[in-house]
Design a protein around this ligand. Structure first.
Ligand SMILES: [Zn+2]
Ligand SMILES: [Zn+2]
Length: 241
């Protein structure tokens, strides 16, 4: 199970490609470019031994996931078309809010507050749960009850922390939240570990170290598994609950 296809999916694809034949599900939160730009560089798509299903729950007619990927792979944006993929590929649409399963994994979905729509995911497996909540703008009138409901009691929540509370007023309507709101949502939903994610590219390492320090002061300590109660995501990060 892979969630979104940003630039990070390229390195993952190189690692997975050695394990073919592969059976992969890619779940999209939405199809803004930062979540899609890596897809055509995902090596397993070019191996006919692999089966890859792609899922989206945010699109409304006339758009489908297939038409969006097709639009990305056409002149003058891209040199080859969808037919360049060799793997057996299926595109699956679902209604956001649907509960799905993948083997013995349960996948709950919920609507996020983002321009053009986005889907939040909660994945439950053998008593452990992870929520993937990006991209979403918090509500002006208080905490987003839908998100708290979806994430209640989860072991880990990856949250759209693009801005800080101080920066946010300049970016109303961009569809993103703040790391401080992430702390408030995590506390309200009694989430174990908050993962601060979807950093604004203008926040450099020194800035993010500052965020890590401030966030750790608000959510000190570790959960039973040993993970900190707050983590700032970085490229290649592996968390073992
Ligand atoms: Zn977006
Ligand atoms: Zn995004």
């Amino acid at each position: 199970m892979i969630f979104d296809a940003g630039t990070g999916i390229r390195a993952l694809g190189l690692e997975l490609a050695r394990q073919a034949p592969l059976d992969i599900d890619i779940y999209f939160t939405h199809t803004h470019l930062d979540h899609l730009a890596g897809l055509t560089f995902f090596a397993p798509l070019f191996d006919k031994r692999n089966a890859i299903r792609m899922w989206a729950g945010h699109l409304e007619g006339p758009h489908t996931l297939k038409t969006v990927v097709k639009a990305l792979m056409q002149a003058p944006l891209y040199p080859v078309s969808l037919e360049a993929f060799q793997a057996s590929i299926t595109f699956q649409e679902f209604d956001c809010g649907t509960v799905m399963s993948c083997g013995d994994v349960t996948i709950r979905t919920g609507m996020l507050n983002h321009p053009n729509g986005a889907t939040g995911y909660r994945v439950d497996h053998k008593g452990k749960s992870i929520c993937y909540i990006t991209d979403t703008e918090h509500r002006p009138d208080g905490i987003d009850a839908n998100i708290v409901e979806l994430c209640r009691g989860a072991d880990l929540m990856i949250y759209d922390s693009t801005f800080t509370d101080a920066e946010y007023p300049s970016y109303r309507g961009w569809g993103h939240s703040t790391w401080q709101e992430g702390v408030r949502v995590a506390d309200a939903a009694q989430v174990g570990t908050l993962v601060i994610f979807h950093h604004d590219p203008s926040h450099d390492d020194a800035f993010m170290d500052g965020v890590a320090k401030e966030a750790a002061a608000l959510r000190p300590g570790t959960v039973a598994s040993g993970l900190p109660r707050v983590v700032v995501a970085h490229e290649g990060l592996i968390l073992t609950p």
